[in-house]
Ligand binder design. Structure first.
Ligand SMILES: Cc1cc2nc3c(=O)[nH]c(=O)nc-3n(C[C@H](O)[C@H](O)[C@H](O)COP(=O)(O)OP(=O)(O)OC[C@H]3O[C@@H](n4cnc5c(N)ncnc54)[C@H](O)[C@@H]3O)c2cc1C
Length: 322
């Protein structure tokens, strides 16, 4: 079996990794540098129980295994420090609602929050702690997969002739949003701040009735602030309104973010099906993984393994000498 994986985002890289690890001959095709699509802008939160607030049970179940998968695939990358969820005093009902709609959390009081994140001492009266969740740096994860694939002799090309391969796996993300594809795009804007005045150890979600946002520490004083959710395939620069909302959220979390440097802004288009559940589609030699929505890093491992298991079950053609 010779397999061409098209698209080197998190979907394509994890698929190529799962296939190459099983000994298949894999080639990865992307006209751009690997990992520069939507995956480049992700928060890297592996937060199935928080996502369960709005995500279907299938996403929570598949996402549960993602933390172990990433840790095993790229040792040392995953930070198992949980997720802290807080809300300003006027939005306490949001916290109650979030708690009702999710599982695997404990309530924290002011002292509990200060113990976890000393920088937030005295800022929030109550919070929720999702102890079993984790996060990773998506850019390191994508680069780590590229290195791992290279060491498994996977070729990474910018052009290839599809006829030379027995199987084609389309992981082209938003490029597959075409009439009849059932896919749509959900625009996500984010920014990076840099300051030495705030230290956080884990992703912190700030609830708000209109714009729930999060801050993910990246080390060396850098923080990713994300992310908007806009039903649009427009991938132009961040809007002034989104920039203000993201900065407001960071400032509400800690006023020292008001003095931080804005070192990057970005926009990614999340490809999604109507039910927001990613899936494998197609048949025969043409398969596709898509619809990662806001769960690319959470869901890609499960889909990659499902794909590899499917192809493993395909009867191999006898070679001429057998
Ligand atoms: C701001 C933001 C924050 C997010 N935060 C999180 C998070 O915390 N946790 C999480 O799990 N998910 C998160 N997501 C979602 C996640 O980033 C996406 O679900 C995921 O990146 C989609 O991956 P993909 O591989 O399908 O697409 P992409 O990463 O876009 O990759 C598609 C690739 O296909 C290539 N391509 C296009 N056309 C072709 C072609 N014809 N041939 C070959 N290659 C082609 C492109 O160049 C690109 O490299 C976030 C998304 C955004 C935008």
């Amino acid at each position: 079996m010779t397999i061409l994986v098209k698209g080197a985002g998190v979907a394509g890289l994890t698929a190529a990794f799962a296939l190459a690890r099983r000994g298949h001959s894999v080639t990865l095709l992307d006209p751009k540098s690997p990992g520069m699509g939507a995956s480049h802008y992700a928060g890297g939160m592996l937060a199935p129980w928080c996502e369960g607030e709005t995500a279907p049970a299938a996403v929570v179940e598949a996402g549960e295994h993602a933390i172990d998968w990433w840790e095993e695939a790229l040792p040392g990358l995953v930070e198992r420090k949980g997720t802290l969820v807080v809300a300003p005093p006027r939005d306490q009902s949001e916290l109650e609602r979030f708690a009702r709609r999710t599982s695997r959390h404990v309530w924290l009081d002011e002292a509990g929050i200060a113990e976890l994140e000393p920088a937030l001492a005295g800022r929030f009266r109550r919070g929720l702690f999702f102890r079993d969740e984790a996060h990773l740096d998506p850019r390191k994860a994508l680069a780590g997969l590229v290195d791992a694939l290279t060491s498994m002799d996977v070729k990474i090309l910018t052009e290839a002739d599809e006829r030379a391969f027995s199987h084609i796996i389309d992981c082209t993300g938003r490029a597959a949003i075409q009439p009849g594809s059932q896919l749509r795009g959900v625009r996500g804007e984010m920014l990076y701040l840099r300051t030495s005045d705030v230290t956080l150890s884990r992703p912190v979600r700030l609830l708000h009735p209109r714009i729930p946002l999060y801050v993910v520490p990246r080390g060396e004083g850098r923080f990713m602030v994300g992310a908007t959710m806009i039903e649009s395939e427009h991938d132009g620069p961040i809007s002034a309104r989104s920039l203000m909302e993201l900065l407001n959220a960071a400032y509400t979390l800690h006023p020292a973010f008001g003095e931080a440097e804005v070192i990057e802004t970005g926009t990614g288009i999340r490809p999604a099906y109507a039910d927001n559940i990613p899936r494998i589609t197609g048949e025969g030699r043409h398969l596709a993984i898509n619809g990662m929505y806001r769960h690319g890093f959470l869901m890609a491992p499960a889909l990659a393994e499902e794909l590899a298991a499917r192809l493993q079950a395909v009867p191999q053609r006898r070679s001429a000498t057998a």
